[in-house]
Design a protein around this ligand. Structure first.
Ligand code: SD4
Length: 323
């Protein structure tokens, strides 16, 4: 299949997100960019809106809990190697991307984790919230009752994005994926990214995936481009997926070609299982965009001065294998 990326005029702001529900976040973020605002504000606003949106069935409130029934949230934000922030395993605060940004802006650290991260969020005035929705609690109780093996549950299906913001039907809800990754290029030509997740369903307590780790679920080099990932975090982590994508662009690859290299590296490093999916999106510094996924079912939300669009990825490694 031909590998192409759309060309955008430098100076024109754009937003690019994993999954069609990314557009719900773009609705909050686009006015910022359109008014000449900063990419970092836009991506945090986008994630904040998605984290709070109860109709998005796979991010923030409503996300599936860990093995012990506890929802934990992870996020990171990035503008450059010296400007990034991350938070892992929040148990009491919903707006993980905003907290990661606070860590970036107000501390000399990059990452805070666990109870201490919740305490930090308290200290900066973030409200404590219940993260477990009644629907997610019911799903967890039923999983516990059945005693189904985690891997069998995941094999029930991969998320299939129908373009309307929902990824799961009642049965494949068990396989819940929980990540929004948003990239922005603002009218000053500055890039930023944010990534927020509740991780994989029924995970071992303490498990953290790619999303909040700089270079894995998100990487931004202001002189080169930005990449963010969704899907099976362990696969992305093993190849430093987001950073690899940016480094491929540094070498001169087109954004989609760069993402295809990440997927090829994953395929050569792992035996793919039925439940595995990885989706990636990229913006190069000049506004070219790219997208790719291992399997069908992934979609991309894209917003420019021409409006909102849900797009199929430019490349699908195994197009026949959707959820
Ligand atoms: C993780 N990558 O924690 C996240 C999950 C995800 O769509 O992206 N789901 O592994």
């Amino acid at each position: 299949m031909p590998i192409m990326s759309a060309f955008m005029t430098p100076g024109t702001p754009i937003l690019l997100s994993t999954w069609s529900f990314g557009l719900r976040g773009h609705a909050a973020a686009w006015p910022v960019l359109e008014a000449g605002g900063h990419a970092i504000d836009a991506v945090v606003d986008a994630c904040t809106a998605i984290e709070a949106d109860p109709e998005v069935d796979s991010v923030g409130y409503g996300g599936l809990p860990d093995r012990d029934g506890q929802v934990t949230l992870d996020a990171c934000v990035m503008q450059s190697p010296s400007s990034c922030g991350s938070v892992c395993c929040l148990r009491h605060h919903l707006h993980a991307a905003r907290i990661a940004r606070e860590i970036m802006d107000s501390t000399s650290h990059v990452m805070l984790v666990g109870e201490a991260a919740d305490a930090y969020a308290d200290a900066v005035g973030e409200p404590r919230e219940n993260l477990l929705s009644p629907e997610a609690a019911k799903a967890w109780e039923s999983w516990k009752r059945d005693g189904t093996d985690v891997d069998q549950v995941r094999d029930a299906g991969r998320p299939v994005d129908q373009g309307g913001g929902r990824l799961f039907d009642a049965e494949s809800r068990w396989a819940g994926h929980d990540t929004i990754g948003t990239l922005a290029l603002d009218s000053m030509g500055v890039l930023a990214g944010a990534c927020s997740t509740s991780g994989s369903p029924w995970k071992l307590p303490g498990r953290v995936g790619d999303s909040p780790i700089v270079g894995h679920g998100l990487y931004v080099d202001p002189d080169i481009g930005a990449v963010t990932a969704t899907g099976t975090g362990e696969l992305v982590m093993g190849v430093c997926g987001a950073m690899l994508g940016v480094e491929e662009m540094r070498r001169g690859a087109d954004p989609t070609e760069a993402l295809v290299t990440v997927l090829q590296r994953i395929e050569s490093a792992y035996e793919l299982e039925d439940n595995h999916q990885v989706g990636l999106v990229a913006i190069r510094r000049d506004g070219r965009i790219g997208s790719a996924s291992l399997r069908g079912g992934f979609k991309v939300g894209y917003t420019s001065i021409d409006g909102d669009e849900v797009r199929d990825p430019e490349h699908v490694s195994h197009p026949g294998e959707s959820g």
